[in-house]
Design a protein around this ligand. Structure first.
Ligand code: ADP
Length: 307
């Protein structure tokens, strides 16, 4: 459905995207995961024809973006990060406008507008102006505008940033539902939970490059010589000494829990426990975990996704 090869985009000397290649198969949900500034939006903007690439090739449904821009654009639905809706228009007028941009007319335009508004849960509010909507409703309207022409490939750029959990769940469920109906999805996010729950395959991006890509099990296999211990601790935690424990590569603090990334299964657990007991730190909970995407990112790049 989508093939990108060796995409490059420079802003002066800054390499925003540096030789990126990935493919999205029909019917797949493919995620681009990376921290802010990783190059996700730049990649999406190249694919959707919004900005010009310096190098590389994009094929959408087999059509070359450079030669057949219009054909490619009809196949894609775009949900940009910055809201693309008109706040003085009603929900219905917004969706209808985007539908007409994609060549829908007459009965087909009305039918698609109605169905799309129902799908995103805004049909009851169709006569209200977008400016009266909450942040989550605006995001849903933004999605409706990208969907109205029934694209084969729906591209969403961080569609859940800055919204309440309920709207976020609604959006995640909608995407799953669209995918079940056969739509191919390209999704960018810096939330690892979203990528983990939603995506069939994930490309992990950092500093304009893809550092790893594959299914979650394939990505986990890339860090298989590591293991991960999580502890809830009470008291004066001796961070410096913990960092010195042999085989402990990283300590990541998440939700007040200490996550130890350890190289090879050796004596780290015993050494950590000895040290904590010696410093009279109370261990209120402990787990040995499979790596999640945060661990994988940290292990591959030495940085946290949340930085
Ligand atoms: P992400 O979407 O992952 O947050 P972006 O693609 O927005 O990342 O940005 C990647 C890099 O390119 C960043 O260093 C950003 O500052 C830079 N960049 C993006 N757009 C521009 C622009 N229009 N001009 C200059 N630099 C840009």
């Amino acid at each position: 459905m989508l093939q990108t090869s060796q995409l490059v985009k420079r802003y002066d000397k800054n390499l925003a995207v540096s030789s990126i290649s990935f493919s999205v198969q029909p019917g797949e949900i493919f995620g681009l995961l990376g921290p802010n500034g990783a190059g996700k939006s730049t990649t999406i903007n190249i694919i959707t024809g919004l900005i010009r690439k310096d190098e590389g090739r994009v094929l959408v449904g087999g059509a070359d973006l450079d030669k057949d821009l219009v054909k490619c654009k009809y196949m894609m639905g775009i949900v940009p990060q910055d809201l693309a809706i008109y706040s003085d228009l009603t929900a219905e007028q917004n969706v209808r406008f985007f539908g007409s941009l994609y060549g829908l007319k007459g009965g087909k335009l009305e039918e698609n507008t109605k169905e799309t508004l129902e799908f995103v849960g805004l049909y009851e509010r169709r006569k209200d102006r977008a400016k009266t909507f909450s942040g989550g409703m605006k995001r849903r309207l933004n999605i409706a505008c990208g969907l109205v022409h029934r694209p084969k490939l729906l591209i969403l750029d961080e569609p859940t940033v800055g919204i309440d959990p309920q709207s976020r769940n609604h959006i995640m469920e909608s995407i799953t539902q669209l995918n079940k109906q056969g739509m191919t999805i390209l999704y960018t996010t810096h939330y690892m939970e979203e990528a983990e729950h939603l995506c069939d395959r994930i490309a992990i991006m950092d500093m304009g490059q893809i550092v790893a890509q594959g299914t979650l099990p394939q990505l986990r296999a890339m860090v298989e010589e590591h293991w991960y211990i999580t502890m809830a601790l009470k008291g004066e935690v001796p961070m410096e000494q913990l960092r010195m424990v042999e085989g402990v590569e990283q300590i990541d603090i998440r939700d007040h829990r200490y996550r130890f990334s350890c190289k090879q299964k050796k004596n780290q657990l015993r050494d950590l426990l000895d040290l904590l007991i010696h410093h009279q730190v109370e261990i209120t909970d402990m787990d040995i975990n499979e790596p999640d995407l945060e661990d994988i990112f940290l292990t591959l790049t030495g940085k946290s996704l949340r930085d």
